[in-house]
Design a binder for this molecule. Structure first.
Ligand code: ZN
Length: 260
């Protein structure tokens, strides 16, 4: 059994709790230790870069001049074709972390992205409000079902996975290991809330940089943001070209398999 930061945390947290029972005079020190443990656990949940629960890919080598564009939450017939058109105009490829239920409704969009040289990766089965509260076997079953839907659509089974909202829980790593999935985070985000925050969409165009894994969304919850989003993605592509960066898939950036 591999010694992950989470397992070490589990051992030291248990020891601290036990010490609290048997060494009451030290309760102040042990209480502080437990608070530190709680903070570590919360950071592990909300920050993939902590690699607390499992290893995650989130930034490449800045000296490589590579950049990885990633789009979450699609495919969406209202915006994905336009994003594909922009990428094609620049000759760029990207990685799409798709939602399986949407893939089931729009398999043609996934196939079109694949045919244009983009990578299809797994994001979630439904991306519902409770997606991050799936534990034990349920977590594995949902991810497995998502993989099966994607494989039915594109004929290939993804090996890259990004948890919804980037949140982890102690049960996801076991599912990823059994399904042979690699967890992928990001180094730069539009922070546009799945394209709900128009003010932040206006910052997307400035996210380019060497070695960055840029996380955006190809979903359109608010039609008002459509024109601005496409304008900013075009600006981002122009900036990538201006900096002489080379857009690559996540698999190519980190040298990992993208499909089974
Ligand atoms: Zn998402």
């Amino acid at each position: 059994m591999a010694l992950t930061p989470y397992r070490i945390w589990l051992a030291t947290a248990s020891a601290t709790c036990a010490a609290l029972l048997f060494l009451p005079p030290l309760r102040l020190i042990l209480g502080v230790l437990l608070l530190i443990h709680a903070a570590m656990f919360i950071r592990g949940i909300v920050d993939l870069r902590s690699r607390f629960f499992c290893p995650a890919l989130f930034a490449g080598d800045p000296g490589s001049r590579q950049i990885a564009l990633t789009f979450d939450d699609g495919p969406d017939p209202d915006i994905t074709p336009d994003i594909l058109a922009i990428l094609q105009r620049y000759g760029f490829t990207a990685t799409f972390f798709v939602i399986a239920e949407k893939v089931r409704r729009h398999p043609d969009l996934c196939r079109r992205a694949l045919a244009k040289g983009h990578t299809i990766a797994c994001h979630d089965l439904t991306h519902g409000n409770l997606s991050n509260f799936r534990f034990a076997q349920r977590a594995e079953d949902d991810i497995r079902q998502a993989l099966e839907i994607i494989q039915t659509a594109i004929g290939r089974c993804p090996r890259l996975y990004r948890p919804p909202v980037g949140l982890m829980n102690p049960h996801i790593p076991r599912a990823l290991k059994r399904l042979r999935l690699q967890c992928v985070g990001w180094s730069r985000s539009g922070r546009e809330g799945g394209n709900r925050i128009l003010a932040n969409i206006r910052r997307i165009g400035a996210l380019a940089g060497p070695g960055e894994v840029v996380m955006l969304h190809d979903v359109l919850p608010n039609p008002v943001c459509r024109a601005e989003l496409l304008f900013q993605i075009d600006r981002l592509c122009a900036e990538i070209r201006r900096q002489g960066l080379r857009p690559v898939s996540v698999g190519a950036m980190f040298g990992v398999a993208e499909y089974a």
